[in-house]
Each structure stands twice: as structure tokens, then as C-alpha cells.
Ligand binder design. Structure first.
Ligand code: IDC
Length: 316
């Protein structure tokens, strides 16, 4: 009896320690099985977290101090580092170093991170292909095989068909796989990562990849196409906001809650879909988590209403 009790206490202690060490210790290296993101052991997982704003403008909101609060206090599973190619182009060495340091910080804190090549203004990812090749060659060498890393190779292709995105992915994915055969890779979809159907019709032939879907709850309320796509391809919501599509103009929490319920598994095949909220910055706009001035003060619990709402989602 006594022996059993000791074993039980030890087991609780070990599980407790794994939990305290954070999501990466708990789930290990993620992988995609069929359409589901899974732990190293093959168990379905949903990871949830926040995205930085563009690092060029809001690097002061994503640093050791804020990431520590996000990991230890908010208990996010994942942080996303958004690097716009247009900013990278001006100072490539500087930004690669900055991303490397953030990736190392995430590792130290035991949380997953997404390296986001934030294609948006450049529309077609092939317009910045030369830069993308240098960037991904560096990232996939430097961070090869790390348990906590995820690569997002193009945030939001737009005004460009899936065939172009596919062409780009077929250049970049083999380049990454050469250095890093296993890390999960997220691929954007046409129309600002909303057209999953296009990708489902003509999918890529690589393993361990997922297609991204982005929504902004105040603008996007038609959920049918999304739900249909979850029956066909692996999906990761690498960006969503409580606001309108422009990142501003109020918030819709009712619509946000409906979306999050679907992502938590309330969909036909009970797929758990991981998500990342836009955005952890203090820009005066509706999608921001922090109140203006919080970054300069380095105060990470001065939250907007949206920020309060999002923070609560991590303790569910
Ligand atoms: C928005 C920012 C806003 C910035 C704008 C242009 O919130 O402050 O002025 O980009 O850089 C996306 C993009 C994301 C957008 C966001 C809101 O991935 O970069 O951020 N959004 O418009 N796709 C749909 C919405």
C-alpha cells in the first residue's frame, strides 16, 4: 500500500515537472500524422500562442522579458516571429541574427516558435525568392532538428494563384529538407491564406507540412469552406485576430469564440487545430494585445480588452 502511494506520488511529481517545464518538454518534436498535428509520441495536440507584430516595428514587444511572461505566466505554447521580407532585404544579417536570438530564447523557455517569412506586400512569394532562399538556407541549417521550431515559409500569398505558391514551396521545401528533414513546415494559401480549397485540389507531395488558414473574426464569419478543408488537408491557423481584416475597427468576441470552438475540435473529424493570435504588440489598433506604451514600460500585463480575452484562452 505504502509502496503504491510512493509510486503514485513520484508519477504525479514527474508529470508535474514535465508540465512545469512547458509544452516542448511535454510534447517533444511535433509531427503531422494524416491531417493532425501530433506530439512526438503520436498523440493529437493543439498548440496555442501569439504572434509578434512585424519585428521591424515592434521588436521591443518580443524579447526576453515579454517571452518569459508569455511562457511562464500566460502559459502560451507557441510564439511566432513575423519578419516582413521588405524589412529583411534592407538588413539581412541583422534580421537573421535577431530571429536566431528569439529562437534561442524560445528554446530556453521551453516553448515552440514559428519563424514566419511574412510575405504580404510582395503578394507572390516568388517575387522575393532570392531572399527567401538565403533566409531559409540559414534558418534550416542553424536550427536544424530543434524540437521547438516550426517554419512558416510564406505568410499570406495574395493576388496570385495556388500554382505560383506551389512552385515556390517546391523550391523552398527541398532546400529546407536538405538541412532539416523533419521540422514541420507551414505553407500559406492564396487570398491572404484563406483559400484552402485551392491547395486541397492540388496538394504538395511532402511529409510533415500543413497549410495555413487566417481569419479575422469581425470580418470572416463564413466557416463552411474552412470546415470542409479540415476533412481534406492538414491545417494550421498561424494567424487570426478578434478584429476586422485590417487589424483594426473593433473586435467581435462572439465570432472569435465560435471560431475557437471549431479549432478546439468541434469539427467533423474532431481535428485539433493549432492557432496563433495576431498580435502581441502595443500598436494602437484593435488587434493588439497590449495597451499603447506597454512595450516601452516593458509591462506585459497592461492589456487591451482583446488582450484580456486572448490571455484567458491560454488557461482553458
Ligand atoms: C497589419 C497590422 C497593421 C499594419 C499592416 C501592414 O496589424 O498594424 O499596418 O499589417 O503591415 C494580415 C497580415 C498582418 C496584418 C493583419 C491585419 O498577415 O500582417 O497586420 N492581417 O491587417 N492578414 C490579414 C490581416
Amino acid at each position: 500500500m505504502r509502496q503504491k502511494l510512493v509510486v503514485l506520488i513520484c508519477a504525479i511529481f514527474i508529470v508535474g515537472c514535465a508540465w512545469a517545464k512547458g509544452p516542448v518538454k511535454k510534447y517533444g518534436k511535433l509531427k503531422v500524422v494524416d491531417r493532425q498535428l501530433c506530439s512526438e509520441e503520436g498523440e493529437a495536440v493543439q498548440i496555442k500562442g501569439v504572434s509578434s507584430h512585424g519585428l521591424y516595428w515592434f521588436a521591443h514587444c518580443m524579447n526576453r522579458s515579454s517571452m518569459k511572461v508569455l511562457a511562464k505566466d500566460w502559459k502560451v505554447d507557441v510564439v511566432r516571429f513575423a519578419l516582413y521580407p521588405k524589412n529583411y532585404k534592407d538588413l539581412p544579417e541583422y534580421y537573421m541574427k535577431e530571429v536566431d536570438e528569439l529562437v534561442n530564447l524560445a528554446e530556453e523557455l521551453g516553448v515552440y516558435c514559428i519563424i514566419d517569412w511574412h510575405v504580404m506586400d510582395s503578394c507572390n512569394p516568388n517575387n522575393v525568392l532570392t531572399e527567401a532562399k538565403v533566409f531559409w538556407e540559414h534558418m534550416s541549417k542553424k536550427h536544424a532538428g530543434k524540437d521547438h521550431v516550426i517554419y512558416e515559409i510564406c505568410n499570406e500569398p495574395n493576388k496570385t494563384p495556388w500554382s505560383e505558391v506551389k512552385k515556390y514551396a517546391e523550391e523552398i521545401i527541398p532546400l529546407i529538407r536538405e538541412n532539416d528533414p523533419k521540422t514541420v513546415i507551414l505553407v500559406g494559401t492564396p487570398n491572404w491564406s484563406s483559400d484552402l480549397a485551392a491547395a486541397a485540389k492540388d496538394p504538395l507531395s511532402f511529409d510533415n507540412i500543413m497549410y495555413t488558414f487566417h481569419f479575422y473574426a469581425k470580418s470572416h464569419k463564413n466557416r463552411k469552406a474552412f470546415i470542409d478543408a479540415t476533412k481534406q488537408i492538414p491545417v494550421f491557423v498561424s494567424e487570426w485576430g478578434t478584429s476586422s481584416y485590417n487589424g483594426d475597427d473593433g473586435n467581435d468576441y462572439e465570432s472569435s469564440a465560435i471560431w475557437l470552438d471549431i479549432l478546439s475540435g468541434n469539427n467533423p473529424d474532431r481535428i485539433k487545430i493549432s492557432w496563433v493570435n495576431w498580435n502581441f504588440s502595443d500598436k494602437p489598433e484593435a488587434s493588439s494585445i497590449l495597451l499603447p506604451g506597454s512595450g516601452v514600460r516593458q509591462e506585459w500585463n497592461r492589456l487591451t480588452r482583446s488582450g484580456e480575452w486572448i490571455k484567458k484562452q491560454f488557461s482553458k
